[in-house]
Design a protein around this ligand. Sequence first.
Ligand code: ARG
Length: 462
Amino acid sequence: GEVKLWGGRFADGPSEALERLSASVHFDWRLAPYDIAGSRAHARVLHKAGLLTADELERMLAGLDRLAADVEDGSFVGTVADEDVHTALERGLLERLGPDLGGKLRAGRSRNDQVATLFRMYLRDHARIIGGLITELQEALVGLAEAHPDVAMPGRTHLQHAQPVLFAHHVLAHVQALSRNAERLRQWDERTAVSPYGSGALAGSSLGLDPQAVAADLGFEHGSAANSIDGTASRDFVAEFAFITAMIGVDLSRIAEEVIIWNTKEFSFVTLHDAFSTGSSIMPQKKNPDIAELARGKSGRLIGNLTGLLATLKALPLAYNRDLQEDKEPVFDSCDQLEVLLPAFTGMMATLTVNRERMAELAPAGFSLATDVAEWLVRQGVPFRVAHEVAGECVKVCEKEGVELDQLTDEQFHAISEHLTPEVRSVLTVSGSLASRDGRGGTAPSAVAAQLAEVKSDLVKQ
Ligand code: ARG
């Protein structure tokens, strides 16, 4: 083989088997624009340190511009023999500027500080893209809630009917979870705004380069790494990003699972738009919630990307180890998956239709107003322990007689407890039950309207 970057010490180039194992260019090529941006910033500090003349800097930057254009239009690409994106781009520069000038750029930097920096830049850009896609999904969900301000549905715990809630309240619960993910991305971005450039291989540089100037040039608001070993070896920013994307996947999977259930014949709570569902190759009547199923499936993949990455990092000694080359594919994949999933998911949620009659009909079923009976008794001065028992007795009688709570007669109520006067009927309606839960965060229409207003004003700021 041909002698490499480290040619001086080696009599022979790498075996083909090593080259094939070692190559990352097929997946790290997407860092190329960031690598070139890093090279421009590095060239400027080399000039500031007196290691490039003004004329050399100008020719270097022009060469980098040509290289960037050739990368962009595909006329320059890295190959397996280049190993990685950094080496490929150095070859590209040498080809354009000749070895004397092109060979000066590598001074004072290492692929170790380069890759740590570029990876941060790439993920910061994608954190913003994913954050924007989450905002769009939240807007779709807010739209769904707003379009159905008065639709009641069975609220569930253990997937059993628990208490009636507003559909809008339920939908906004998912919006709240997504808001926290959007906030996690912003806080992560803030923490990741530190540049490892200038850390060199691990120990910093002896060439008087200015890492803070590079950091500012590359948009790292919090300057350069305080510790060159940490700068090159830490990957908690990758793990945290992988966690946030996995959490987004998990939260999407929870919405997805509900959409899948709601869309069954048995539930018939929602109907998906034709443009956001799929058919069957054999069963002509089928209309399947594939987007929701893919969301559920991809969440497993996003979790795998996180756990695989943590396993790679576990027990790695400081500083750089080649194991770290395994850090990129999982999170590149997490970005790619979310960036195709979220637009489809948002479209599905924005276009589904809600069967309000079906939801409303089922809202009081399963004795979901039993808690209202108990709380009504408490308001009459009955201790909750007794009230719970009395309401439970009501349910028992209903089950035996095959009736709903509001179908018990005044006599039956009185026979269960003298406290159960006919006035208890005031809470035996879904609308009465909903309206009574009017504290902050409750499911009363007034409380949900307040929540909606709060969410909408937060979304504008997000
Ligand atoms: N391609 C490597 C990575 O992704 C960076 C190169 C560092 N290689 C090295 N032998 N120090 O981590």
